[in-house]
Design a protein around this ligand. Structure first.
Ligand code: ATP
Ligand code: MG
Length: 560
């Protein structure tokens, strides 16, 4: 039934079956329900791709709804960032952005309805007593002495709660279900609590706030959500979800389905931990290019397509697993290999002086923008008497395996001429500060491989004109954590102990070809022979800054 090209999964199979049975009048409505208490991370991307992807392929709708039942931790900055990230990933929510707080009036009415049906009561036990009476997996719960209050008394007390005539912790509204249930979520769960906090959407209108488990099914029902998709930890909450929908007079009956969270190695995907990294200054904000946040990946150089493709290839199932970071890196590498324009950047510059090149002479060399894609056109690269090459690309002596420049031997300057190193200049400490060489004017676009008596051409190296190139800063990144599962720590340790102290290396004094003058943030390149890079948001005309996205090969970054 589905017209999608996306791979099928158990949720799509459920939807196909529902549609074939004519359920929900043939409608498919999903929602993505973030709590605005942090920035979205790669795990959320999986949920976004699933919910919005399903809406797209079934000609349905997907709502963006902020689950803002907790007035304390939520901030407008997070709301704005979440909207930006969803849009950047290329998805469109149906209608206006929604807030669970839009439904607070209706939720209050439905809570009153439960009281009137004898299905909810105001409990005056202290929070500690409530926790104690709830029991645990082995101990059954104990009923509160306030459980049998009359409907009238409950209505009056609930009104008092609402009218700011009680203190925080003095009373809560609870569902009356079953204190003996083996499912702790059904042991008279709390529906409302008193919180005298100003809410970012509703201001000081409320001093009581509905609990997530009460709010979520009702918000789904009010919005006509047909398939409410969430992660596996909510499986035990489903009986209460169904109880709420069944026992209140809402028209729709959404169904909840759970899938496995995305876990990625060498990182953490918990907003709480990510917030700690930001607050404690371990990273440069939520969008630090080392963060697994969507905004961090974006600043690092990931494309929306690469993230969507990654989420698709991870798949949707009910089996928990840990996905290898290398898989995410492969997704962006494939994308950029195909689409990123090429450029030359020298990161550890060493000057090469071509002694038989006329002083002041400049020649414009033509290079392809992309070697495998002619439609991307060509670029001009200026050649001058002095150029920079990378220190790593030169040795005074080396065996045949060294495919770069060696004193006395020849290499080609990429897209240009063949040069032979003739001499080196050293400083007082013996370090090479300059290479002297000669070039062969007859080698442009010609292969001199078999020239008699010339010796073998060792290889091709990248370079940038010393007088025409642009200075820049390059930021190299390694994984933020040194261990595959940074969240798993020994007694007395914290996940911060696993932070990689060498996850950022800033190279200043790099040189990039002049065609990159004025490039804008987020533009991506392959720096030939080096890897994929993206213009950082802090980059300016005067000071270009590039973030390393990913290396050319999987062995990134240590031993390429
Ligand atoms: P965190 O633990 O990072 O705070 P959360 O689940 O509390 O995450 P929410 O804002 O409540 O964050 O999540 C919004 C939606 O994203 C939920 O439906 C949730 O199930 C889903 N989600 C969160 N983390 C992941 C993940 N790692 N993989 C897949 N879906 C996720
Ligand atoms: Mg949550």
């Amino acid at each position: 039934m589905s017209e999608t090209k996306a791979p099928s999964n158990f949720i799509r199979q459920i939807i196909d079956r529902d549609l074939s049975e004519g359920k929900n009048d043939g409608q498919v409505v999903t929602r993505f329900p973030p709590e605005p208490n942090g920035y979205l991370h790669i795990g959320h991307a999986k949920s976004i791709c699933l919910n919005f992807g399903i809406a797209e392929s079934y000609q349905g709708a997907c709502n963006l709804r902020f689950d803002d039942t907790n007035p304390e931790k939520e901030e407008d900055e997070y709301i704005q960032s979440i909207k930006r990230d969803v849009e950047w990933l290329g998805f469109e929510w149906a209608g206006e952005v929604r807030f669970a707080s839009n439904y607070f009036d209706r939720l209050y009415e439905l809570a009153v309805e439960l009281i009137e049906k004898g299905l909810a009561y105001v409990d005056s036990l202290s929070p500690e007593q409530i926790a104690e009476y709830r029991g645990n997996f082995t101990t059954p719960g104990k009923e509160s002495p306030y459980r049998d209050r009359s409907v009238e008394e409950n209505l009056a007390l609930f009104e008092k709660m609402r009218d700011n005539q009680m203190e925080e912790g003095e009373a809560v509204l609870r569902a009356k279900i079953d204190m003996q249930s083996p499912n702790i979520n059904l042991r008279d769960p709390i529906l409302y609590r008193i919180r005298k906090k100003v809410h970012h959407q509703t201001g000081d209108k409320w001093v009581i706030y509905p609990m997530y488990d009460f709010t979520h099914p009702l918000s789904d029902a009010i919005e006509g959500i047909t398939h409410s998709l969430c992660t596996l930890e909510f499986e035990d909450h489903r009986p209460f979800y169904d109880w709420v929908v069944e026992n209140t007079s809402v028209a729709a009956s959404p169904r909840q389905y759970e899938f496995a969270r995305l876990n990625l190695n060498y990182t953490v995907t918990s907003k709480r931990k990510l917030k700690q990294l930001v607050d404690e200054g371990h990273v440069d904000g939520w969008d630090d290019p080392r963060m697994p946040t969507i905004s961090g990946l974006r600043r690092r150089g990931y494309t929306p397509a690469s993230i969507r493709h990654f989420c698709e290839s991870v798949g949707v199932s009910r089996a928990d697993s840990v996905v290898d970071m290398a898989m995410l890196e492969a997704a962006i590498r494939d994308d950029l290999n195909q689409h990123a324009p090429r450029a030359m950047c020298v990161m550890n510059p060493l000057k090469l002086v071509i002694e038989n090149w006329e002083e002041g002479k400049e020649e414009s060399l033509t290079a392809p923008v992309h070697p495998q894609n002619e439609t991307m056109g060509t670029r001009q690269v200026p050649m001058t008497r002095e150029v920079y090459i990378d220190k790593e690309d030169f040795r005074e002596e080396a065996n045949k395996k060294f495919k770069r420049l060696v004193l006395g031997d020849r290499v080609r300057l990429r897209y240009g001429y063949v040069v032979r190193a003739t001499d080196v200049v050293k400083d007082a400490s013996g370090e090479i500060v300059e290479i002297r060489c000669s070039y062969d004017p007859d080698t442009l676009g010609k292969n001199p491989e078999n020239d008699e008596g010339q010796g073998k051409l060792r290889g091709v190296i990248h370079w940038v004109s010393a007088s025409k190139g642009l200075p820049c800063e390059v930021r190299l990144y390694d994984r933020l954590f040194t261990v595959p599962n940074p969240g798993k720590v020994e007694e007395g340790q914290s996940f911060q102990d696993n932070i990689n102290p060498e996850s950022l290396k800033v190279l200043s004094g790099c040189w990039v070809e002049p065609g990159l003058r004025g490039v804008l943030a987020e533009i991506r390149y392959q720096f030939e022979r080096e890897g994929y890079f993206c213009v950082d948001k802090s980059s300016s005309e005067d000071k270009l800054v590039f973030n390393q996205t990913v290396g050319l090969r999987e062995s990134w970054p240590k031993d390429s």
